[in-house]
Design a protein around this ligand. Structure first.
Ligand code: SOE
Length: 381
């Protein structure tokens, strides 16, 4: 290996452990990275799971205690892919050990936890990022470029939805491996922190900060068997959440998320309406960006569907040839590539913990507003 190795320790071997491992393996094959990501160690609770994951993904070693992994001298970066209630403790230990930290979204269960994490990484001066991966889908990055070029003009409306349908059955239990997202003690919230956090991150990246919100939430199934206690317990997460927002640039936001939209598995969509043009994106068709430009000649004016595969488009010169699209997994590869480039250049890679903390503040305001049935102001910092 001619490049300097960059040794990664991944904690958590579930869905995101797989998505990130795949990204570390591929990033240097497709991008000219200044360092070579190395799958140095993974960590799961049991030796059987950790060994199987290490074998499948090609990790050099494994641990069953994340503290041991964080203390290891041969690890440069810690990747936190565990449930939300563990993010804070692992991040604090990793910062104290001087490791770079890549944390799965949301940063924390709430802004109070997030604040401690931001303080820890900034005090330790360790590189940090949060995996809000949708920013790095080429069509979404292209939307950012078009907006930053001023092509939309003044923005009036921002609309986003993230719809799923996997918790409709009342027989589905809550808690434990695979279902911790339904357990408020572990997840912090329901769709607000899990799904709307993505929408909020993208929205503030594309359209700037949010000042105030008014929200409503609902928990449709009130009780579920808890996998850890075996008892039927109250469900305290939000199954669905909708909110209105006022952006700092004067535009109006409309956000909706639910796990009860029968027929939708992961329908993340956003639409932005500006003075001159509009943009629309849909995760189910993620390689396309819909674009309407009022400057077009009226007889041919209409929504066009841009197939985001040309070499001039974000990230695409690294992949195949024009016309051949990429998908969900590549957003993670892009984040690894950007993070390693940033590390070598001594630059932060967004979204940092501090960026992600802005999203925590919006989520907190949304949940407060729903509880109080009143508008809530989003805290800063
Ligand atoms: C939930 O089903 C989930 O996996 C989220 O946790 C992810 O962040 C989202 O990208 C897809 O849906």
């Amino acid at each position: 290996m001619s490049k300097k190795p960059w040794n990664v320790g991944v904690i958590g071997c579930g869905f995101m452990g797989r998505a990130h491992s795949n990204a570390y393996r591929k990033a240097a094959n497709f991008f000219d990275l200044p360092m070579q990501p190395v799958l140095q160690a993974c960590c799961a609770r049991t030796a059987t799971d950790a060994a199987a994951f290490a074998e499948r993904w090609g990790y050099a070693s494994f641990e069953t205690d994340w503290r041991r992994l964080v203390e290891r001298k041969d690890i440069d970066a810690i990747d936190i892919c565990t449930p939300n209630d563990t993010h804070r403790e692992i991040a604090l230990a990793a910062a104290a050990a001087g490791k770079a930290i890549l944390c799965e979204k949301p940063l924390a269960r709430d802004a109070a936890e997030g604040a401690v994490m931001v303080e820890a990484v900034e005090r330790a001066k360790v590189a940090n990022t949060v995996w809000y991966n949708y920013r790095r889908i080429p069509a979404v990055t292209l939307a950012k470029q078009l907006i930053d070029q001023g092509r939309l003009g003044k923005v009036f409306h921002y609309r986003a939805q993230f719809l799923q349908d996997w918790t409709i059955s009342a027989e589905l239990p809550q808690g434990g491996t695979g279902l911790w997202r339904l357990d408020k003690a572990v997840a912090g919230s329901g769709v607000t922190g899990d799904l709307l956090a993505h929408c909020i991150d993208t929205a503030m990246w594309l359209n700037g900060g949010i000042d105030t919100v008014t929200a409503m939430t609902e928990t449709f199934v009130k009780e579920r068997k808890h996998n850890l206690t075996g008892k039927v317990e109250k469900v305290t997460i939000d199954d669905a959440c909708a909110f209105l927002a006022r952006f700092q640039n004067g535009s109006l936001g409309l956000f909706e998320s639910t796990r009860y939209a029968r027929g939708h598995k992961a329908l993340y969509t956003f639409e932005i309406n500006g003075e001159h043009a509009s943009i629309r994106w849909d995760l189910h068709d993620l390689h396309r960006l819909e674009w309407f430009d009022h400057k077009d000649e009226s007889v041919v004016r209409g929504w066009r569907s841009i197939h985001v595969t040309d070499r001039e488009m974000p990230y695409m010169s690294r992949w195949w040839v024009p016309g051949l699209q990429i998908g969900y997994e590549h957003s993670f590869v892009h984040q690894v590539a950007d993070f390693v480039d940033g590390l070598a250049a001594g630059k932060a890679t967004a979204p940092t913990f501090r960026d992600a903390q802005h999203t925590q503040h919006v989520c907190d305001a949304v949940l407060k507003s729903a509880g109080d049935r009143q508008w809530a102001t989003v805290k800063r910092g």
